[in-house]
Ligand binder design. Sequence first.
Ligand SMILES: O=C1O[C@H](COP(=O)(O)O)[C@@H](O)[C@H](O)[C@H]1O
Length: 258
Amino acid sequence: MSHHPPNPPVIHSFASSEVIVSSLAAFVVKAQKEAIDKKGRFTIALSGGSLPKQLNGLVGNPAVKWDMWQVFYADERVVPLTDPDSNHLLCSNELFNKVPIPKENIHTIDVTLLDDLEELSDAYEKELIKEFAQKDAARFPVFDLILLGMGPDGHTASLFPGHDLLAEEDRWVAYLDDSPKPPPKRITFTYPVINHASRVAFVAAGAGKADILKAVLDRPEEGLPASRVRPVFPGQLFWFVDEAAAAKLEVTSDEFKL
Ligand SMILES: O=C1O[C@H](COP(=O)(O)O)[C@@H](O)[C@H](O)[C@H]1O
């Protein structure tokens, strides 16, 4: 465990969510290149919600080495992969069905275990162990990049305000059956996984995110789930926001320009 304090977050603010799309694509490509140069593979975790649409700048992008990607989900709803609530379905519709990524490089939940949350989350944890433990010999997986969204209540992945899972220190993947946002049954990466990544990036756009973004960044002592994302040094946290979402932050706009 590093005793160095976490790096301060880097906040990139853009005039519109359209500009986020191209900047985010360049950011992902840079993370991909560094990972492949170092380790010959790129491990990335995605979220659902508004995030997958923002990945459109990767479609048709010749710099993306799809066969080197290993994709996991930072959280997933416990539903069939064809259900409109599935994060995998959303990511497939927005991204994976439009690019030449090998299907076996996308790690989905095991849908034969939908009736047993404990087995399902254990199986997804084992999937992570297969990818990371033998190769990296670390106590927690070290993702090259985890992309997160933030809900209007400050939740991220399926870590919700006041939920017991915020205190989970050992498990890599946990389950809940009481999500305040439907559907109630979900699995989620825990903080030990999120906070051991090399890079974690939040994407938040629109005026609907302004109040909660202010609370998360200006009042971290409130302990909202998104405020608790503080990657262990030398990991780095990034925020990709548009001006509407950043409107209520205290820092001057110059500090936010790329
Ligand atoms: O339920 C979820 O919500 C969060 C935030 O969604 P957003 O639509 O406000 O961006 C999402 O990141 C997570 O993956 C999803 O399961």
